[in-house]
Design a protein around this ligand. Sequence first.
Ligand SMILES: [Zn+2]
Length: 112
Amino acid sequence: MEMIVGVSTSFSAAHSIPGHYKCGRIHGHNFKVEVEVAGEVRDGMVMDFFDLKKEVNEIISKFDHTLINEIIEVPTSENICVHIYNELKKKGLKVVRVRVAENDDKWAEIRL
Ligand SMILES: [Zn+2]
């Protein structure tokens, strides 16, 4: 049987959105990242939560306590979400959802 498992983690970073009337000024967020992967349940697991979290943290650790603009030119939540999704795909994970939230009430999400 195929199931979905997910983890959430977070990082703190600064960004500015070039040309945006408000977000063009450098400011920070405690970004929350949620990732879900799908797979067959084998030996009672789709994937070890610890391993999945490690893979996600490896990707977001390069953003933590940085100015994200130095890594992504236009670091909107949408573009950060795409970046994380692409990196997870490179690792060969069957990703079905990635969410990047700037706050509790603002997020971008890829759903497959
Ligand atoms: Zn922002």
